[in-house]
Design a protein around this ligand. Sequence first.
Ligand SMILES: *[C@@H]1O[C@H](CO)[C@@H](O)[C@H](O)[C@H]1NC(C)=O
Ligand SMILES: *[C@@H]1O[C@H](CO)[C@@H](O)[C@H](O)[C@H]1NC(C)=O
Ligand SMILES: *[C@@H]1O[C@H](CO)[C@@H](O)[C@H](O)[C@H]1NC(C)=O
Ligand SMILES: CC(=O)N[C@H]1CO[C@H](CO)[C@@H](O)[C@@H]1O
Ligand SMILES: CC(=O)N[C@H]1CO[C@H](CO)[C@@H](O)[C@@H]1O
Ligand SMILES: [Zn+2]
Length: 944
Amino acid sequence: MGKGFYISKPLGFVLFGLGVGAVLTIFALSVVYSQEKRKNEVNARDGTRMVTTAAPHSTSAPSNEPWDKYRLPDTLLPAYYNVTLWPRLVPDEQGMYIFTGKSGVALTCVKETNLIIIHSNELNFTLTSEMHHAKLAGLGGTSAPVILKTWFQIQTQFMVILLKDNLQVGKSYWLYMEFRGELSDDLGGFYRSQYTENGVKKVVATTQMQPTAARNAFPCFDEPSMKAVFHLTLLHPPGTVALANDTENVTIDDQEVLQTRFEPTEKMSTYLLAFVISEFTNLRSPSEANVLIRIWGRREAIESGQGDYALSVTFPILKYLENYYNTTYPLSKSDQVALPDFAAGAMENWGLVTYREQSLFYDPKVSSNEDKEWVVTVITHELAHMWFGNLVTMRWWNDLWLNEGFASYVSYLGADYAEPTWNIKDLMVLQQVQRAFGVDALVSSHPLSSREDEVITPDQIDQLFDTITYSKGAAVLRMLSEFLTESAFAKGLHNYLHEYAYSNTVYTDLWKKLQEVNADSSIQLPASINEIMNRWILQMGFPVVTINTRTGIISQQHFLIHPDAVVDKPSDYNYEWFVPITWMKSGSNMGQHWLLTKTASYEPMKTDTDWLLANLNVTGYYRVNYDPQNWERLLTQLTNLNMIIHRAQIINITLALRTTKYLYEEKEYIPWESAIRNFEYFFLMFDRTEVYGPLQTYLQRKVKPLFDHFKVITSNWTRKPPRYMDQYNQINAVSMACKTGVKGCSELTRMWYRQWMKNPDSNPIPTNLKITVYCNAIAAGGVEEWDFGWQMFKNSTIAAEAEKLLYGLSCTKEPWLLNRYLEFTIEPNLVRKQDVAFAIVYISGNVIGQPLVWDFVRANWEHLTKDYDDGSFFFGRLIRGITRKFSTEFDLQQLQRFKEDIAASSFSFGTQAIEQAIEQTKANIKWVSENKVQVMNWLIEQSA
Ligand SMILES: *[C@@H]1O[C@H](CO)[C@@H](O)[C@H](O)[C@H]1NC(C)=O
Ligand SMILES: *[C@@H]1O[C@H](CO)[C@@H](O)[C@H](O)[C@H]1NC(C)=O
Ligand SMILES: *[C@@H]1O[C@H](CO)[C@@H](O)[C@H](O)[C@H]1NC(C)=O
Ligand SMILES: CC(=O)N[C@H]1CO[C@H](CO)[C@@H](O)[C@@H]1O
Ligand SMILES: CC(=O)N[C@H]1CO[C@H](CO)[C@@H](O)[C@@H]1O
Ligand SMILES: [Zn+2]
């Protein structure tokens, strides 16, 4: 899924400085996911709502029947499907939005069997002329066996067809079904999205198949390796356009419906299918481009130019990627569509990429740099999948990390090509590597790669879309590309894409291709790529490499945030890694050295006078520690080292607070951002304790010079800073200054906001500073400011703007406003479902909002579970978000009570996330008890 799970990057990015609702930190600081494969893992969402036939075999007792296993048997292979779907864009008499469909699949028998097992979920079968909801015919003159009976396995989401006789190996058959399903607003499968244009409600029918929802649209063999060709026909009302993987359509006017028939697709996986029926309009690329590029969306948004930026970067990015992969774009067109309701950030459907509006639309007058950066990186991420993921696809979901890690890595390269002045590649360390460190330093992390049989149920698959998969995946591939050299890496990719086009792979297939390329290059590796990489992907965590410059001894150790935590997962590699160590000594000397054992002696790193820095640009996925003398030498160099990323590397929680003392003279973005991210955890833990005051005082002193600096370089806040990274850092300067009470900051933000209130049609607030200004002005104001913000939120036709207001509104200090806001969030006509979890999490980031949210969520749990059941996604996000500040025994007791209450009720959704929140809370309690006094004393000393 396209950056599926960290949707709100631009926002999250900025929020660090505010110590509240930052989406990034939710993931970075939470104990994420996969606390081992649970015993009670069979927790699949069952589709009890919509099944017509009672399932004779659906008892939950484990059995060995093929239909009780979640994986398809290896007896049949699909060749092609003919699917016709007809979504109704108005509700029926019962008020339900539905779609009807007819679908046939040509399947080839590869092992004798008298069973056809095909995925189908929440569909009602309507074929009654023939027995049992399905017809079977032989193809190519074969005769088909008679159907004995047909039933549904709700838990495993199968339709099962029992035949009187066996299907014959090598023969092909045609299985035909008719069905109806609900076009619900649950953001998955074939679903509907809504918006209003000129006062008229418009309904869009769209899809989100990944990972396991194609089966909710039509019966299919819904596994990534079951590639097939799809012949799709859509019926839709006049005035709407049907988009799928088409180039041209044949439109037949069948009384009141249009019929759009698409050309057959390439051979592809079910999860990459998409179709959209809407009244959207589009922008298209100039005719000289050899690929037709179109950007689709709401008429109003397209006509006001919000798609222009996406259109202007798509072609360069496609060219970049074609060149990078040395492989032409596999399709003849590229449609990208922005949807008003979309659960993830974007989805890489082949030829028809779907986006959240703020991932595709950009309005220079309204949106910020982050919004723009987000758009260009998401587009690159999705387009990178067109080859890596779509043309060549993982055999099974356990290799999702390769797919997503790769697209996340390459997104920086393509975005850098499209926007060369931004130095966007530098951000990878903050946005991917450090984020991965945050999660991977916990004992409840997990290895990148799972065994195929460990990821079976739809829930287990959903849970793979996490920080480890995306960010650690990206970090580890970046390290690999660095030590192989980028050109060798790209050449290996090219060979891989060519050998496996239109088929499926496991990760070792990529290693094999890279190994071949390496053999022809001058880079000498200490072991095979397989041996090196297995240590990084088959064991969780990462090492801290300790370099003792006095003795020249280097050693490695599994890095854990809680060093005495018990690692109960054995590793074949004993938590040791093959570590590529790049290093530099007092500026001039540089080198690379492989650490292959726990401890080794390496003479060139020995020195009494030089400073030594290792892991240059943090290209290696590990941390570095030094002897105290070298730390001292480095600390004195902090402001001089000219590679700013190094400063970011040094500033982290392990060396704790001392390394932040110099910040009063730091002006660069990356070190500041890195420091602020680490302080974020301090704020979460301490904002209701006596540490808060000294922490504020300390940071106020550090940030004041930065605030003043920006005041000067922006001519008293009237201009944008000229350097791109400074435009980012200005946000840190203002948000930290306001947060810590630097004089002039609050006044500045209130002044801007008041000007805007006076003249709502002309917003004077610099686009990059909007989030900060909205938040601070609403916090400092009362109901008037809040109501104005709410009005602007409701009127906004620009998703990026709405998101900023959604956040700003959570900053008020008035409990009654916060409570009212909470009530608003669960009114579907006020806040979109896609945004609800964010809004609630934002409010809980507010010190005053936190207890209100906690009460609210508990009181409304039943309602939330009924209305927002898009699986672990929503509840995971919600629970992790609202419990981030939990750090006392009392918090823990409440959580445990909540868990019991839920278990006792019939709404047992989200129990796994609660489990994880409990673990994180325990870790927080421990961290606070170990560090609070020390931190407090240290901060007080600084102001003495
Ligand atoms: C499926 O659709 C294709 C294209 O419309 C058609 O040529 C083919 O005959 C259909 N197959 C079956 C079995 O109906
Ligand atoms: C499917 O059947 C169930 C049970 O009769 C019914 O409640 C549901 O509304 C039906 N769904 C559709 C889309 O017709
Ligand atoms: C690109 O691919 C072609 C054909 O596969 C090959 O001959 C050529 O050397 C490749 N170019 C580069 C730069 O790798
Ligand atoms: C791409 C394409 O040819 N689209 C056509 C589909 O049919 C409608 C209705 O006739 C035309 O307006 C589109 O141009
Ligand atoms: C992914 C895919 O199936 N693409 C197809 C979409 O339609 C064009 C036009 O016929 C085909 O060439 C592509 O193969
Ligand atoms: Zn992706």
